[in-house]
Design a binder for this molecule. Sequence first.
Ligand SMILES: Cc1ncc(COP(=O)(O)O)c(C=O)c1O
Length: 362
Amino acid sequence: MEFCDLSAQYLAYKTEIDKTMASVIASTAFINGPEVKALEQELVAFSGAPYAIACANGTDALQVPLMALGVGPGDEIIVPDFTFFATAEVVSVVGATPVFADIDPVTFNITVDTIRPLITKKTKGIIPVSLYGQMPDLDAIASLAREHGLWVMEDGAQSFGATRGTRRSTSVTELATTSFFPAKPLGCYGDGGAIFCQDEALASRIRVICNHGQVKRYHHGVVGINSRLDSIQAAILRVKLRHFQDELVARDRVASLYTERLRGVVSTPVVGPGCFSAWAQYTIRVPNREKVQAHLQSKGIPTAVHYPVPLHRQEVFAHLGVTDERCPIASKASQEVMSLPMHAFLTEAQVDEVAAAVKEAL
Ligand SMILES: Cc1ncc(COP(=O)(O)O)c(C=O)c1O
């Protein structure tokens, strides 16, 4: 069994993908070609955010807006303690300080209550992550941010396609990002990412920074980076985007089946009222994780841990002096979470097999 079956997905769309890749190769428009422009328009239409800028990966998607906003030394940015490293890494890359917020024990996301005590005179912005595919209450976070004159950038690397109420992930806050890493809900065949924003001037600044700060050919207004999406990746993403809504429904069905089978056996994920998760991960909590993982492994069922070390305990952030007591919920979650195979092509029989193995292990 695959944790995320990218081969099954390729076989399902093979004709369309092979054709579009051949067409990009024949066109030789490999960088910033028409496929990239078309993808950006389709991302706008799908997400509901007014501007979308494709870039090289989900990490650059976070870093470039920080550069565009002039975030740097002396600034503090609030990020979750429990997320993939990149969310905090970019803050350090631009010379600012990440400040780790603890999470809600049910959704694993940061909340206004965990953010509020961390706001200081140095705070410039908040990067909430829509972890495992579910959006936090971004309206509440944005309203807290407004009170203090801060910006909010949703890290939607795991949640493209999710909704909260009527709005999609990446369309709610002034800035948002996603990742097209192959295993993400919408993934390409290499690295890829996108930045979403609500303001035209900021969108143009971001676009310039993604392309060496170039305002016109060989004229550089600011220092930027090289963060462009390859046309081949854009073409593949356009094919996958056509099937994306169906895949989201299929993932949600897999999640419901898991929850039905595992309810009362282990702590299963909870999706809040009015929320639809993109199910980047289906993550349960188990007390004796290593034993459960070993049992599933012995049955040929792969599992993963997202994430075994909270950010405050990462060696590189030791100098910040954040203790387990400051982030008790993230610390506990990092010891208990375990993700089960999740993708749109998982069958009911496979879900049964996984659930049976989890029950046996417990
Ligand atoms: C929450 C989060 N942020 C950022 C990233 C970085 O994305 P990428 O791997 O495309 O650079 C990831 C990818 O794993 C992620 O899960």
